[in-house]
Design a protein around this ligand. Structure first.
Ligand code: CMC
Length: 388
């Protein structure tokens, strides 16, 4: 059967060739299509970044305008789909609702052709944002707010989340910019768990929508996209129970205790996550501008300070990752904690699409089918039921 390499969690296995995202984990470098993440966070919008990832170049003014028009055209959700999901049990996690909705999406639009796959990409980008806001409104038993043609992608999302007849939503440009940056930072990260899930499902030639729904499911877990929710829950618990910073750090180091410092550590980065640097700065800026005092930010900063000088964290190369401060920014936007992984999913969507497209266009890609090291009995004779 040949020689099989044992590589748990695929830490050393290159599963594909990709021209989308470059990461250098030792030096803390992240580039989309060669452009440094810092430059995109400073200058681009999320939609420009999504275009860049999917199409390989930044859009011209004409390309961007056409994209904007189509995103607006596709932003509504089929009324029967709304009725269908309105009856989803209230306590459901929004990630479960979102994954289910993406799976169901294609069925509600049976007449859509397959000719232009790019249209499906825009469909997903536009509708996932509407569905995310819808799932939040539904979970609160509130009326769905329709998308508005006069608002940008991010402003539209915030308006669909928070507008009400009693308190009309007033668009705050600082928050809109912060949301753009949050989404840009999450837009792609080469072969992470959810992107690999999208590629693996797509490799069997399952439909695009099924592959993307698989990405949402993989992202849900607290070791991946659910980490931003887990960080805030951890900080809230520390605040509520009055645990000292040293106690928390001691627990995180105790190998017998399953507790980990959420928002710390990364498979690839062995230095400070470049996304965490950007989001930490933005966190300070936005809280100062909105005059918000969040006690969770103080706890997070103290935890970071102690961890960065602790020999265990230093020896293990454990630094804050993107999720450590992102939740505090989302809280400033009034996004509820259980929606945080959904925010990550909206951000990661262009990466999933770009990687799916690349895999479909790559003639060397085969069905994903890892091997194993068999550890069971070599042979086991069948026993009659009366003799077991
Ligand atoms: N707190 C305490 N110890 C840790 C942590 C942590 N957050 N992360 C890793 N370690 C230790 C781990 O116990 C192990 O120690 P030892 O070698 O002594 O047994 C060592 O570091 C290596 O850990 P690992 O689990 O083998 O590393 P991995 O590359 O498989 O996992 C990770 C990476 C991100 C899942 C992990 O660091 C972790 O669980 N972090 C907390 C969850 C988190 O913040 N996830 C978000 C990741 S960034 C967003 C994204 O793109 O998904």
């Amino acid at each position: 059967t040949g020689y099989i390499t044992y590589d748990p969690g695929f830490g050393n296995t290159g599963s594909c060739a990709s021209a989308i995202t470059f990461m250098d984990g030792e030096r803390g470098i992240l580039r989309y299509r060669g452009i440094p993440i810092e430059d995109l966070a400073e200058n681009a919008t999320f939609i420009e970044t999504a275009y860049l990832l999917i199409n390989g170049h930044l859009p011209t003014l004409n390309e961007l305008n056409r994209t904007r028009v189509l995103l607006n055209d596709f932003s509504l959700i089929h009324e029967s789909m709304q009725v269908f999901f309105q009856n989803f049990p209230r306590a459901s996690h929004p990630m479960g609702i979102l994954s289910g909705m993406i799976m169901a999406l294609r069925s509600f639009y049976p007449d859509m052709g397959e000719e232009d796959i790019n249209i499906h990409f825009l469909y997903l980008l536009s509708k996932v944002r509407t569905m995310a806001a819808m799932s939040y409104r539904m979970s609160r038993g509130e009326k769905v707010v329709y998308p508005r043609h006069d608002l940008s992608y991010c402003a539209n999302f915030l308006n669909m989340m928070f507008d009400s007849p009693v308190h009309p939503y007033i668009v705050d440009e600082d928050l809109v910019r912060a949301l753009n940056v949050f989404l840009i930072l999450h837009a792609d990260h080469e072969q992470n768990c959810s992107t690999s899930a999208v590629r693996v499902v797509g490799s069997s030639k399952a439909p695009l929508y099924a592959s993307i729904a698989a990405g949402v499911s993989a992202l849900w877990g607290p070791l991946h996209g659910g980490a931003n929710q887990a960080v805030i829950e951890m900080l809230e618990k520390i605040l509520k129970e009055g645990a000292t910073i040293d106690e928390v750090i001691r627990r995180a180091k105790d190998r017998k205790d399953p507790f980990r410092l959420m928002g710390f550590g990364h498979r690839v980065y062995k230095t400070y996550d470049p996304r965490a640097k950007i989001i930490k700065k933005m966190c300070d800026k936005i809280l100062e501008k909105l005059k918000i005092e969040d006690p969770l930010l103080d706890i997070a900063k103290k935890l970071e300070e102690v961890a960065l000088t602790d020999p265990y964290f230093v020896d293990h190369n454990l630094y804050p990752n993107v999720d450590f401060y992102s939740g505090i920014v989302l809280r400033a936007m009034r996004i509820p904690t259980n929606m945080f992984p959904v925010m990550f999913a909206i951000g990661r969507l262009p990466g999933w699409i770009a990687q799916w497209k690349e895999s479909m266009e790559d003639p060397s890609q085969r069905i994903s089918r890892p091997r194993q090291i068999y550890t069971g009995l070599p042979q086991n004779p069948f026993q009659d039921i009366m003799e077991r």
